[in-house]
Design a protein around this ligand. Structure first.
Ligand code: DX5
Ligand code: ZN
Length: 227
């Protein structure tokens, strides 16, 4: 089976209405989302706090596509089984979250999920090199993690270096932070195939009026394709 490197849009529900996650997830999927990006923050690894395994478990029945869980927590290993039980399809841990990322990725795959490794803007691409056989996804942060609505940090050089590293391996390159129709062409041209977008997708729409979600998703996808 050919590896699907086509552009995928993964709206981040960090920008959704926290009082209505189920309906928001259904709305973005109906409007064209390919994956649903779930930002888990522990108030320690990043200066913000969102939700843990119980909330992720509650989201699961509403996700018909791919539940893509981005862990901004440290430590990680103690929570892997809980996110597997919560129904994560992809579980991504930060290389900066602890000394044993190789073991962490092994444990994520061992728990039946796809394993992702995330790199903060200050971390060089070489950090991913020893992990090419352990990862199903490399996440290149294009903001310093912790909040939505931040300004894009140009990581196109790092994306291109990782794309070259990956070669033909079945590994997605995901970007996250400040992705809009203006920045999507840059990251797609450099080699990213999974584009996370929070504020740029949820802007102007709501569960009662989801059409802007679709317009925003289509605009990002078209811009990336034209990249
Ligand atoms: C930030 C999160 C992102 C964030 C993206 O730490 O990992 O997923 O929600 O939001 P925007 O697209 O608004 O920058
Ligand atoms: Zn994220």
């Amino acid at each position: 089976m050919r590896f699907d490197r086509s552009i995928k849009i993964a709206p981040s529900i960090l920008s959704a209405d926290f009082a209505d996650f189920g309906a928001e997830i259904q709305a973005i999927e109906a409007q064209g989302a390919d994956w649903v990006h779930v930002d888990v923050m522990d108030g320690h690894f990043v200066p913000n706090l969102t939700f843990g395994p119980p909330a992720v478990k509650a989201f699961r029945p509403h996700v018909k596509t791919v539940m893509d869980v981005h862990l901004m927590i440290s430590p990680v290993d103690a929570y892997i089984d809980a996110y597997a039980a919560a129904g994560a399809d992809i579980l991504t841990a930060h290389v900066e979250a602890g000394p044993h990322i190789h073991r962490t990725l092994q444990a994520i795959r061992g728990a039946g999920m796809k394993a992702g490794v995330a790199l903060n803007p200050g971390t060089p691409p070489e950090a991913a090199a020893p992990l090419m056989d352990m990862a199903d996804l490399v996440l290149v942060m294009t903001v310093n993690p912790g909040f939505g609505g931040q300004k894009f940090i140009d990581m196109t050089g790092k994306i291109a270096a990782i794309r070259a590293m990956i070669g033909d391996r079945p590994i997605h390159i995901q970007v996250d932070g400040g992705i809009t129709p203006d920045t999507a062409p840059l990251v797609a041209r450099a080699g990213a195939d999974s584009l996370v977008a929070g504020s740029a997708v949820f802007r102007g729409g709501s569960v009662a009026n989801p059409a802007p979600y679709g317009d925003n998703i289509r605009a990002i996808r078209a811009a990336a394709a034209a990249g």
